[in-house]
Design a protein around this ligand. Structure first.
Ligand SMILES: N[C@@H](CC(=O)c1ccccc1NC=O)C(=O)O
Ligand SMILES: [Zn+2]
Ligand SMILES: [Zn+2]
Length: 207
């Protein structure tokens, strides 16, 4: 059974401070067109559950269309690391992450999803190096960013990208225990995209 671990997209969804509010409206109604309702979306590419392409923080970086879709489908491990400000290498070393290419970290630090949190946990730089060294290619968080909310230099975004680790943000992992899963979290084929909303799904593996 597939479990939806995406944020629902409605007109009340919280967005990054100052970013474009999400809006869905029926632009042309069935009555107006005589045949169909036609919706219109206005949204930031960083709305809800989404991936970041390197172009988000690097003008020379890959755009969404350039990213390998295989990153976003396949086996993943969910780990639960609540009540931390800094996620350290030592802590990750204690987990059994052999052969893990997709790592999803449940922090539980974004409790009230109607607003963006002021402070969120982050990975220390050595932890990113460690994850790259064991072959992690995708990291996902139940958080709006992999850097501190107020960061303008986005060191973890840059370090993850230069380490070959791709970024998935805004997952809803509230009810997801530690374990092995199959993940699907495909971005839209946005040719110029710096990021894309995804529908993120998990299915428990039998091991
Ligand atoms: N890094 C965040 C988004 C982000 O930084 C942001 C998104 C919209 C408008 C402004 C942003 N950052 C401004 O410093 C993310 O990846 O979703
Ligand atoms: Zn983002
Ligand atoms: Zn980001």
């Amino acid at each position: 059974m597939w479990i939806d671990v995406s944020q629902r997209l409605d007109n009340n969804i919280a967005v990054w401070p100052g970013d474009t509010p999400f809006s869905y409206e029926v632009d042309v109604s069935k009555e107006e067109s005589g045949s169909v309702n036609i919706g219109k979306l206005t949204l930031s590419t960083h709305t809800g559950t989404h991936i970041d392409a390197p172009f988000h923080f690097d003008n020379e970086g890959k755009k969404v269309i350039d990213l390998d879709i295989n990153l976003y489908i396949g086996s993943a491990v969910v780990v639960h690391l609540p009540n931390r400000q800094l996620i350290q290498k030592e802590e990750l070393e204690k987990l059994n992450l052999d052969n893990v290419t997709r790592l999803l970290i449940r922090t539980d630090a974004w409790q009230n999803r109607t607003v963006y949190p002021e402070e969120i946990p982050t990975l220390e730089s050595e932890a990113i190096e460690y994850l790259a060294s064991i072959g992690v290619l995708l990291i996902g968080f139940d958080l709006p960013s992999v850097d501190h909310m107020e960061s303008k230099t986005l060191p973890n975004h840059h370090k993850l990208a230069s380490s070959g680790i791709h970024i998935l943000e805004g997952l809803v992992l509230d009810d997801i225990p530690y374990g092995h899963y199959q993940l699907i979290a495909l971005p839209l084929p946005l040719v110029e995209g710096d990021g894309s909303p995804v529908r993120a799904l998990l299915k428990k593996e039998k091991k």
